[in-house]
Every structure is written in structure tokens, then in C-alpha cells.
Design a protein around this ligand. Structure first.
Ligand code: MCN
Length: 804
């Protein structure tokens, strides 16, 4: 067998910006996305979708579609109804109640089948599906489907939906209110507000955002009719969850369904879902006995893939005259859209515990009301609930600073929770793992040259420069590492929050890691290999990481909620400890000493005090495979698995400083400096961490300055393509100056916190606060996202006394 040199301590992989193992195939066109998958005899699907936001379906006429060349079959919702053993899943039904009181009522769960029957409830709701021998033929046939619709009044705004007499999205319910859920002690909070010297009360709007993963969604299904078996490839973040939920929706035994997420070109939460198209592809593969393929078109995705955000927040702070925050009262309305997707109702709950941010408030009350509207369903989009919470508290802190005449940095320092390295309870009823908020703010201010910026700002103000400088801060916290299963139970989530890993040490010294996470851009193949290489003392190159195929990695809870490292990575770390426990016994046996005399040092086992009596993991893997000389009660082969359920979340935090130049004559904004100092605890790969921060900040800046889904009064999506929905390109984005502080998490043995969503959470308030800061001498105190030139110009005119 090969002689393997274990890396000395100085050459540990963890903590180094090792190059990503995934990249060569991604940048040389060797990756395998859904559209690269072709199965002989496969049929293409295309969908006929509602052009109305709300309409009764009187008749679906498929006769013209069926006659077109290449068409094999066409079905309406009624035709397929018998295919479904259950509707599309919602894993997070929220009943109207207070947390943590017991549930008092059943959740309002609207029926949601893959094809609409009876009524359509948003523009894009699918009413029929066509299967044809080419993509073009399927598309032509879908356009030939004739539907007799009876248009109904649509309800689009969340507030309008709650008004008396509003059209009902679901007639089974007596109102459009989906649920109201609250947290905290209202009486205490109200008392503090009634006595407060300063009250900040503001309304913040979060328009809907449209996720734009580079790769659209897509599905291929290959059936083996004789066995009743199916392999389904989907551009999904959640192959494991997809497998169990599709098996329930279609009544296919889980043992007969294999789900594969091949290379997936981004998701950002939008592929954390179980979509109608996935269920229909599987149903038609079963019904027709042929392979099926569907790939979403971009404009189709704008209607049929979930949207993010969509909240109206009424945020209040009660503070002393000096600006010390005493209580937080947050009330939010959430636009769920027409149906529940996988976790729609739970999204606001992910932010519910964070409306006090990193500040030491004494009392807390949060309430959210979910509302059905005639629009595309909303669901998880990068940050999911936490960007909204952070935006509310960080905007409110800036307003408080202005009200009490303090600098935004000073008001934050005054209110920060003091540094802590052991878990501490916070006012919203959860326990933060560790934190040092002063450190990240201090570093960000230093990098930005805060004092210098304030001087330059004062000079520009003094000389009435038409281009004013604005400096915006955001000191955010997030909750990630989803999630302790018992907490999920208390929040009525329908599954656990654990994850799984398996390690197989091969006789040749190579190592296979099998993970239950499902990366789609985050670099798990690299970081998991770093962890395994260090823990097992093998070269990074010798570790192969497998994921995203339920036949290969049967156990897993997939990738979202910046959970993968803090849950799946820790499962891997624990599996490695199990490997070492077994290997140590074999090493002791072979070296003829007691196990207690063996120590793990420099990536190998060594007899204590005898440096030349050593065994490496590859050597032991070989002996465990030959099994010629194992201790009596040790099984052959060296492999271990671990399923890890985290005891708590992790709470990354950071400080972002955005500096803008706002042209007060045109409303144009340019970001002239952007500093992000994030704290995700110990880092496995600082380069990957930085990449996540760049991507996250880009998305957060896009949310602040550019992106917004706009509907007309009939519920037509006006921003229905990339030319009208404004996604910034690299040219619009600033150079990011990044740094990190390190406050190890106390939740897990590696001290790691998540980073996948952090900057998306931190960025939007930093940018909007910067714009308001630039305009505050003109009397502008508030402005809604996205802060477009037009909104800025109007805000300036309003402050001057009205738009002409
Ligand atoms: N990491 C690290 N050290 C840390 C924290 C993380 O080295 N202290 C590394 C991890 O090992 C992993 C990466 O950073 O390689 C992200 O880890 P983590 O924070 O655990 O997040 P997840 O892997 O669970 O990714 C999910 C997260 C989410 S929720 C969204 S949305 C998002 C994001 O990741 N979508 C993305 N980043 C994305 N990046 C890409 N390219 N595409 C997406 O769709």
C-alpha cells in the first residue's frame, strides 16, 4: 500500500483559502446541469398558465393542443387529479397562536394541487400540461390550450386583502388572513412604551424580490415501469426533502424513488421547495411510462418560482432621552401569495426572534400576520425573514440616533449587548451562542476611515455640494445553522433539523465523504475535504466528497438556512472522531500497547513519548480491510457515520459600512466604498467565506438599490423579464473591502457559524441608511427600498415642500 505522509500541524487545511475542488469542471464546461441530461425516448413538458390573477376555470379545451405535431398527451388539472395522493406539501403550517403557548386552532391550509382546478389564483398558475417529442412542440401545444376563464376581482396588497369585503383568494376561509402569530410579553412592552421619553415609530416596506439563480429550474424523470421505480433529477437544493415529499404527494413508495441534484447553478432559497412541475414530471413519467423533461424558461420562472420578502413592517422602539433602547414592538404583515409553498408561513418566524438585533432591549413583542393574495407564492429567499428583521432594527436605530442627536456608531455602541463568549439569553427568548459586536464595528469603522468620512461629509454639506456623501451602518445578527429538531417542533415545522455524514476510509488510503447537505455553489466539496483531511491526517487531494443523490447519500436534510457547515460539517467532524476511535484501537493492537498509551498527534497515532512508533489512518484502513490482525471485538473495514442534531443555532454577526455619493439634482446614487466585517466564528476556508460575503453583499445591495417585483392593478407582473427587473451587473457594484472578526460559536465543537446569508442580511440597511444619511440635511428622514433615483428625487422634493 502507498506510504502516506500526514500533514504536520503547520500544514493543516482548515483555516486556509484552499482552491475549490469544484471549479475546474465548472469553468471548463464539464459540469452536468439538468439541461445536459438527456434520456432516450424522453418527452418534453410545457405548461399552459393563467393569464389572470384570479378567475374561475369554466372549461379547459385541449383538443387543438392534442392535434399539433409531436404532441403525445395533454392534461388539465381535472385529468390529473387522481394522480395525487396528497397536495403539494407545506412543511411549516402555522396555527393562529402565541409562541410558546400551545396551539389553539388548526392552521388554515389551502388546498394546493400541482395543476389548478376550479379557479386560478395568480398569473402563472398552471392549468394544463402538454407532453411532446420536442421542447418547441410542447411549447407550441401549451400555447394552443384554450381555457374559458371567468375573471374575478383580484386582491393584491396585503392590507387590502384584510379589508372587509376583499375578494377571497380561498373561498373555504372566511377571510384572507392565513394566521397571526406573536412572541413576547405585550403588557410589559406597552407599559415601557407608555413611559418612554423617546418613541421611534416607522413603517418599512419590503417589496417582493424575484430570485435569479443562473440556472433556471428543471426536472428529468426516468421511470423503470416494470419495477415501478423512478429516478428524478432536479435543479434543487433539497433532494432528500424532495424525495420524501414527492413520495407522499404521488403515493410512490420512498424506496422506489431516487432523487438526484446534479450540478445546480445556484438557488438562493428558490430551490428550497417542492414545486408543481417536479410533481407533474414524476406523475407523467408514471402515467405515460416514458422519460420526461422540463426546463423552466426565465420569464416562466418569474411567475412560477417563488418570490422572496413581501412584508410591511410597523416597527417601534421605546428609548430613553440618551438613546438607550428599552423595548421593541414589531408588527408585520406578510404577503404569502396565493398558496403555501414548502415553508411559506414560517419565513417571518425566522426573523421573529431578531427584531431587537444586537441591542440590549429589556422587553420585546413581535406579531406577524400572514395574508393570502392573488400573486405568486412567497417563500425562502436568501436570508428569509432575517434580512427583514435586520432592516427594521437597523433603520430604526439610525432614526433613534437622529432623534437623540447621536452619531449612528455611538448609538449602536451604547446599546450593544456586551461581549460574551458563553451562551446568553436574550430578550426574544432564545440564547445567542457568543458575540462581540463592538469588535466587528470597530474594525469596520477603522477600515472605512469613519472619522475621515465624517469630515469629508461635513465639508460637502458646508459647501452645499450637489453630490452629498452618506455613510450608512448596519450591525447585524442572524440566526442560522437550522436547526435543533426540538426547537423546530416547538415552531411546528414538519421535520427535524439534523444532518448526516459518512466517511469510508479505503484500503488504498483514499477517503470518501458522503454528506447529507446539497451544495449548489457553496463549495462543500472543498471545505468538507479540508475538514476530513485534517481530522484524519490524509492529503486533501485524497478526499472525495459525494452529495446530492439519495441513492448514494440516503440520509440528509440538505442545504439552506446557512446550516450546512454548522450541522452537516459537524456531522462530518463527529464521524471523523468515530473513525479515529476505532482506528485507535487497531493502532494500539498493532503497536502492542494499551489504547490509553496512544495519542493523536500531527495527523497520526503515536505511542506516547515514542515518536517513531506511529500509525496513520491509511495504514489502519488497509489493516482494517485485510482484517488479518484485528483486535477480537473489532469489525473489519474502516467506516463511520454520524447524524448530528445541533443543540442550538449559531449566530453570526457583522458590521457593514456603506458610503454613497448621492446626486441631489438627479437622485443618482453611487456606492463609493463598501466595507464588510463579518464574524462567522472559526473559518474552514477564508476564501470561500469571502466569496460568500461578496455574493451576499451584491444581493443585499441589489435589494436596497435596484430590485423590486412590480404588479399592475390587475395582478400582471410588470417586471416580468430581466430587462424590466433590475439585477445589477458587476459594473454597478462597488469593490468590497472585507475583513472578519472571530468569535467562536459555543454551539459546536469546531466553533463555526454560518456565512451563506450573512452579507445579504447586513447589506440592505447599510445602503439605505447611507442614502438617508446623505439626504438628512435636506430634511429626508425615510425612503423606501429600492432607493431608486426617482424615489430619491421625489423624497428631496417632498422634503422641500412637495413635488411639482
Ligand atoms: N464556511 C467556512 N467557514 C465558516 C462558515 C462557512 O468555511 N465559518 C464555508 C462552508 O464550509 C461552506 C460555505 O462557507 O463551504 C457556506 O457555508 P454555510 O454558511 O454553512 O451555508 P450553506 O452551505 O448551508 O449554504 C446555504 C446558504 C444559503 S441559505 C443561501 S440562500 C445561499 C448561500 O448559501 N445560496 C447560494 N450561498 C450561495 N452561494 C451560491 N454560490 N449559490 C447560492 O445559491
Amino acid at each position: 500500500m502507498t506510504e502516506v505522509q500526514a500533514p504536520p500541524e503547520a500544514e493543516r487545511y482548515v483555516g486556509r483559502g484552499v482552491r475549490r475542488k469544484e471549479d475546474p469542471e465548472l469553468v471548463t464546461g464539464q459540469a452536468r446541469y439538468i439541461d445536459d441530461i438527456t434520456v432516450p425516448g424522453m418527452l418534453w413538458l410545457a405548461f399552459a398558465r393563467s393569464p389572470y390573477a384570479h378567475a374561475r376555470i369554466n372549461r379547459v379545451d385541449l383538443s387543438h393542443a392534442r392535434e399539433l405535431p409531436g404532441v403525445v398527451a395533454a392534461f388539465s388539472g381535472e385529468d390529473l387529479q387522481s394522480e395525487w395522493a396528497a397536495g403539494l406539501p407545506c412543511a411549516w403550517p402555522i396555527a393562529p397562536r402565541s409562541f410558546p403557548d400551545p396551539t389553539t386552532e388548526d392552521p388554515r391550509m389551502p388546498d394546493h394541487f400541482p395543476l389548478a382546478t376550479g379557479k386560478v389564483r395568480y398569473v402563472g398558475d398552471a392549468v394544463a400540461v402538454v407532453a411532446a417529442d420536442s421542447r418547441a412542440a410542447a411549447k407550441d401545444a401549451a400555447e394552443a390550450v384554450q381555457v374559458d376563464y371567468e375573471p374575478l376581482d383580484a386582491v393584491l396588497g396585503a392590507e387590502e386583502a384584510l379589508a372587509d369585503g376583499a375578494p377571497l383568494v380561498h373561498e373555504d376561509f372566511d377571510s384572507n388572513e392565513a394566521y397571526t402569530w406573536s412572541l413576547g410579553g405585550r403588557d410589559d412592552v406597552d407599559r415601557i412604551f407608555s413611559e418612554a421619553a423617546v418613541i421611534v415609530k416607522e413603517r418599512y416596506l419590503h417589496p417582493r424580490l424575484i430570485p435569479n439563480a443562473i440556472e433556471p429550474r428543471g426536472v428529468v424523470v426516468q421511470p423503470v415501469p416494470a419495477q415501478g421505480e423512478f429516478t428524478l433529477w432536479s435543479a434543487t437544493q433539497i433532494p432528500h426533502i424532495l424525495k420524501i415529499t414527492l413520495s407522499l404527494t404521488l403515493g410512490i413508495p420512498e424506496t422506489k424513488l431516487r432523487v438526484i441534484a446534479p450540478d445546480v447553478g445556484g438557488g438562493f432559497g428558490s430551490k428550497l421547495n417542492v414545486y408543481a412541475e417536479e410533481a407533474i414530471c414524476l406523475a407523467l413519467a408514471r402515467k405515460l411510462g416514458t422519460p420526461i423533461k422540463w426546463v423552466e424558461e426565465r420569464a416562466e420562472g418569474y411567475l412560477a418560482t417563488i418570490h422572496g420578502r413581501g412584508q410591511i413592517q410597523d416597527m417601534e422602539l421605546a428609548a430613553t432621552e440618551e438613546g438607550e433602547v428599552r423595548a421593541v414592538r414589531a408588527r408585520i404583515l406578510v404577503d404569502m401569495g396565493a398558496y403555501y409553498q414548502l415553508v411559506t408561513p414560517g419565513i417571518p418566524l425566522l426573523g421573529a426572534f431578531l427584531y431587537m438585533g444586537v441591542y440590549d432591549a429589556k422587553a420585546y413583542w413581535f406579531e406577524c400576520t400572514g395574508v393570502f393574495t392573488n400573486k405568486t407564492p412567497t417563500d425562502a429567499y436568501r436570508g428569509a425573514g432575517r434580512p427583514e428583521a435586520t432592516y427594521a432594527i437597523e433603520r430604526a436605530m439610525d432614526t433613534l440616533a437622529r432623534r437623540v442627536g447621536k452619531d449612528p456608531a455611538e448609538i449602536r455602541r451604547l446599546n450593544f449587548l456586551p461581549p460574551f463568549s458563553e451562551p446568553r439569553d436574550v430578550v426574544s427568548g432564545i440564547q445567542f451562542d457568543s458575540g462581540n459586536y463592538e469588535a466587528s464595528l470597530a474594525r469596520a469603522l477603522e477600515l472605512a476611515d469613519y472619522e475621515g468620512l465624517r469630515r469629508e461629509q461635513a465639508e460637502r454639506r458646508e459647501r452645499g455640494d450637489p453630490k452629498q456623501l452618506g455613510i450608512g451602518l448596519s450591525t447585524y445578527i442572524e440566526i442560522c445553522g437550522l436547526a435543533p429538531s426540538q426547537v423546530l417542533a416547538a415552531l411546528k415545522y414538519g421535520a427535524g433539523g439534523w444532518d448526516a455524514a459518512e466517511i469510508r476510509c479505503h484500503p488504498t488510503g483514499k477517503v470518501t465523504v458522503i454528506t447529507g447537505t446539497s451544495p449548489h455553489g457553496q463549495g462543500h466539496v472543498t471545505t468538507w475535504a479540508q475538514i476530513a483531511a485534517d481530522e484524519l491526517g490524509v492529503p486533501f487531494e485524497d478526499v472525495e466528497v459525494l452529495h446530492g443523490d439519495t441513492a448514494v447519500a440516503p440520509l440528509g436534510m440538505d442545504t439552506y438556512g446557512s446550516r450546512s457547515l454548522a450541522v452537516g460539517g459537524i456531522a462530518l467532524w463527529n464521524a471523523a472522531q468515530r473513525i479515529k476511535e476505532k482506528a485507535k484501537r487497531i493502532a494500539a493492537h498493532e503497536l502492542e500497547v494499551a489504547a490509553e498509551d496512544i495519542e493523536w498527534t500531527n495527523g497520526r497515532f503515536q505511542v506516547r513519548g515514542v515518536p517513531d512508533k506511529t500509525k496513520t489512518i491509511p495504514e489502519i484502513a488497509f489493516s482494517a480491510w485485510t482484517a488479518h490482525n484485528l483486535p477480537p471485538d473489532v469489525e473489519p473495514s474502516l467506516a463511520a457515520s454520524y447524524v448530528y442534531d445541533p443543540p442550538n443555532f449559531t449566530f453570526p454577526n457583522g458590521a457593514h459600512v456603506c458610503v454613497v455619493e448621492v446626486d441631489t439634482e438627479t437622485g443618482e446614487t453611487e456606492i463609493v466604498k463598501y466595507v464588510a466585517v463579518d464574524d462567522c466564528g472559526n473559518q474552514i476556508n477564508p476564501t470561500i467565506v469571502e466569496g460568500q460575503v461578496h455574493g451576499g453583499a451584491a444581493q443585499g445591495i441589489a435589494e436596497a438599490l435596484y430590485e423590486e417585483a412590480i404588479y399592475d392593478e390587475d395582478g400582471q407582473l410588470l417586471t416580468n423579464a430581466m430587462h424590466s427587473y433590475r439585477i445589477p451587473s458587476a459594473a454597478e457594484l462597488p469593490r468590497f473591502e472585507t475583513d472578519t472578526t472571530v468569535t467562536p460559536s459555543t454551539t459546536n465543537p469546531m466553533g463555526v457559524k454560518g456565512i451563506g446569508e450573512a452579507a445579504t442580511i447586513g447589506a440592505p440597511p447599510a445602503v439605505v441608511n447611507a442614502v438617508i444619511d446623505a439626504l438628512s440635511p435636506l430634511g429626508v428622514t425615510s425612503i423606501d427600498k429600492p432607493v431608486t433615483p426617482e424615489r430619491i428625487w421625489r423624497a428631496i422634493q417632498d422634503a422641500k415642500g412637495g413635488v411639482t
